[in-house]
Design a protein around this ligand. Structure first.
Ligand code: ADQ
Length: 475
């Protein structure tokens, strides 16, 4: 089988800082180990001048990492990726800024990385590129003569055309995306947005089986919702129940109910609205005073991007205000913890809680929602309150789905979750575990790579392309 080459902004993507045992890293690593291959990307380090990749061979997997100069980091990562694309793709164009120099830096880094990767490529390798930092990467590889099959998976939402058009180089970016052979999105809605942009803008057409013909290219475009390994999460959640931090939270709760939220500290996660909806619950239902607490775990990320400093201040302000309004000597309504926890400990904390409160304003998938469900004790499961704007909402039919812009609805859902009878909780949990098992992380990876390999084997895409081309030419 041909080697797999994985390209992502960070190698073994960390939630900024330390190696993640997170879903993506595990899923991709398994595939790399199976076929052998290379994981290529930024090391996370800032260097004084650009240098060739550092190679670290571990069994069949080669890690090839490069540093970024301060200028590259500022323009490519902190600038265009995280201050333009991230907010706009999460429908926060009010927070997005565009700077031509930063965009030039984004393209420059993509070109440099592509050149560095080319030196490591063998003729029958297949290349799998991840996320918004690398939208133009295939185009950069094609420009220097690389003809290997290249696939792309976008982990964040793809916005509707009107929103995408707020990013000034939108057309160049979409054109670049058409240099891939397979483009994957988290949800049907994201796929539809991409296709709408192409079709309504008159840039191309789509066939029924998801082959897009645009800018003289044929590519397969589909939704590949990312999954988790629910059974290993369930096992870890049970095994880590007697860790000190888990026990001490359990002891401190006594017979109080626990609502649990875990996110990176990011404005897309809807944290302020979430606190305010909890406040509304306490305001409308005084019977819950002293009987329920919200624990929010949210370690800071991208803290050198200005909007991220503001969200932290906002959130701390809100937690303080709400606690000031309702706290009693022996009860703090909101515990806001600004730090990371070991992954398995988080799963045990999920299992301890009666409600998983996951209400992003916009999210590609949101793995926390899936992890919360998988962590539950099937005999006595907690209830998931989930935003309709998380990709996960398409797949978790047993959740109480809410609109995170409607504080009253969220407060009502919390109350319903806190009071839900056991039989209903069990039924809802079972409804979600089935789809989580059927669409686990291996399915995500294998479906995507299966499609990409079909392209490699002179494939259905090529055949389709010829057919489509014939049809277009009226033959
Ligand atoms: P994220 O925006 O980071 O990911 P999410 O999908 O929820 O969001 O993944 C976060 C991961 O980090 C989870 O596995 C979670 O357990 C872990 N995590 C969160 N807070 C933590 C903490 N305090 N300590 C330790 N671990 C923590 C992006 C997209 C998502 C998409 C994923 C995967 O924004 O929409 O679901 O990629 O494709």
């Amino acid at each position: 089988m041909s080697r797999l080459i994985v390209v992502s902004n960070r190698v073994a993507p960390t939630q900024e800082g330390r190696p993640a045992a997170g879903g993506l890293a595990i899923g991709v690593l398994d595939a790399l180990k199976e076929t052998g291959g290379v994981w290529f990307g930024w090391s996370g380090e800032i260097v004084s001048e650009a240098a060739p990749p550092v190679i670290d061979q571990q069994d069949s997997v080669t890690y090839a990492t490069v540093g970024l100069t301060k200028r590259d980091y500022d323009q490519y990562y902190r600038g265009f990726s995280n201050a333009t694309l991230w907010p706009a793709f999460h429908y926060r164009n009010d927070l997005a800024r565009f700077d031509r120099q930063e965009y030039a830096g984004y393209l420059r880094v993509n070109v440099t990385l592509a050149k560095q990767l080319k030196a490591l490529l063998e003729p029958d390798d297949i290349v799998w590129v991840h996320d918004y930092h690398l939208l133009p990467f295939a185009r950069c590889l094609r420009d220097i003569g690389v003809t290997n099959p290249i696939g792309f998976f976008l982990h964040i939402p793809f916005p509707v055309p009107e929103m995408l058009r707020t990013v000034p180089p939108h057309e160049e970016l979409v054109k670049c995306m058409c240099s891939y052979d397979v483009v994957g999105f988290q949800t049907e809605a994201d796929r539809q947005s991409f296709v709408d942009y192409i079709e309504r803008g008159g840039h191309g057409s789509t066939s029924d089986d998801g082959i897009v013909h645009a800018y003289d290219r044929f590519l397969k475009v589909a939704a590949y919702p990312i999954g988790i390994y629910p059974d290993s999460i369930a096992k870890a959640a049970a095994q880590f129940a007697d860790r000190k931090v888990v026990k001490s939270l359990r002891d401190s709760m006594r017979d109080r109910k626990l609502i649990m939220s875990v996110d990176r500290l990011d404005y897309s996660k809807g944290l302020v609205e979430r606190f305010q909806a909890f406040e509304r619950l306490l305001q409308n239902a005084p019977g819950w005073h002293g009987r329920v607490s919200l624990v929010q775990i949210a370690p800071p990320t991208r803290s050198d991007v200005q909007t991220y400093q503001r969200i932290r201040q906002n959130l701390e302000g809100e937690a303080g205000r709400i606690n000031g309004r309702f706290a009693q000597l022996d009860w703090t309504p909101i515990q806001y913890l600004n730090r990371k926890y070991e992954r398995n400990v988080l799963m045990a904390l999920f299992r301890l809680s009666q409600v998983g409160y996951v209400t992003p304003l916009r999210d590609g998938m949101n793995l926390v929602a899936k992890e919360y469900v998988a962590s539950q004790d099937p005999e006595d499961p907690g209830v998931l309150v989930l935003s309709q704007f998380a990709g996960a909402a398409e797949q978790l039919p047993g959740a109480l789905v809410v609109n995170p812009f409607d504080l009253s609805q969220m407060a009502e859902a919390l109350e319903r979750a806190l009071s839900m009878p056991l039989a209903e909780r069990q039924a809802r949990h079972a409804d979600m575990m089935g789809p989580l098992r059927e669409n686990n992380l291996s399915v995500w990876r294998d479906t995507f790579l299966g499609d990409l390999r079909r392209v490699a084997n002179a494939s259905s895409v090529t055949a389709k392309a010829v057919k489509l081309a014939d049809a277009t030419a009226g033959r």
